[in-house]
Design a protein around this ligand. Structure first.
Ligand SMILES: [Zn+2]
Length: 258
């Protein structure tokens, strides 16, 4: 059993017995790991608020390959992302990338590029002032690429035309699109506007922290979200239905989240 250290992001936690918590971390060095935090529920716990979701921290823990649950020894907060925590809309948005990572990543599988992407996404959701939905869309497009399903958005998959016309069909299988003028195909796809393709291109290529600069109207936004969730769910079945997406939709009926 080795004592190891890794920078990590808290995905979620739950109570364990009277005094402890089980916390799931996404660590840079060791991927997703569940740990028991002894005494985390007692008043004046040495963990304080460090184990709340989204927290970026350094974790020291006892790691044994043959064990599902590791033992947390110590944490030091690097960034608690207080702005995310102070607003329901931001909590709902930040929950989407965290749930995707939690559902998709295998325990103990290191994915440092995905860790960096998640950290950049939470940073942008904490610091950004607008266009926060596009920050999450940028995460989703880049997550798909890291998982081997990079959308092919440079041009129509049939004629190669680079400027998308008014209407296209985005095809889930290839992640490409075909223009309305090109022969239609029977593969599953989503009808999207040319502007929608441009937004997807932008969030695919821009750094996450700049994704919010491109603002999207509510109808196009709904289309993009539906298209992205279908595309991701088509290739990764465990991401077909996300509780965080359902929560965001519910929340949007009462507050405006852009
Ligand atoms: Zn075409």
């Amino acid at each position: 059993m080795a004592l190891v250290k890794s920078t990590a992001i808290v995905l979620h936690h739950r109570d364990q017995g009277e005094t402890s918590k089980i916390v799931t971390l996404f660590t840079r060095q060791y991927g997703k790991i569940s740990l028991i935090a002894k005494g985390a529920r007692v008043i004046k716990s040495r963990y304080g608020g460090a184990l709340e979701p989204f927290t970026h921290l350094d974790a020291v823990f006892y790691k044994k390959e043959t064990r599902d649950l590791q033992f947390l020894s110590q944490v030091d907060i690097i960034h608690p992302f207080p702005v995310i925590r102070s607003q329901l809309g931001r909590i709902a948005l930040a929950s989407i990338p965290c749930e995707m990572v939690d559902r998709h990543e295998a325990v103990g599988h290191a994915a440092p590029e995905l860790f960096t992407l998640l950290l950049e996404t939470l940073t942008a959701l904490n610091e950004g002032e607008r266009g926060l939905r596009n920050v999450v869309r940028a995460f989703q497009v880049k997550f798909a690429a890291l998982s081997g399903f990079r959308p092919q958005l440079a041009g129509c998959s049939v004629c190669g035309r680079e400027n998308p016309p008014e209407q296209v069909v985005f095809e889930y299988e290839t992640g490409g699109y075909r223009c309305a003028g090109c022969p239609s195909s029977s593969v599953a796809g989503f009808r999207l506007s040319g502007h929608g393709v441009e937004i997807l291109r932008y969030v695919q290529n821009a750094p996450v922290r700049l994704a919010g600069r491109s603002l999207v109207g509510s109808e196009l936004g709904r289309n993009l979200d539906e298209c992205l969730m279908h595309f991701i769910g088509y290739h990764m079945e465990n991401l077909h239905h996300l509780a965080s997406v359902a929560y965001l939709q519910q929340l949007q009926s009462s507050i405006k989240i852009t």
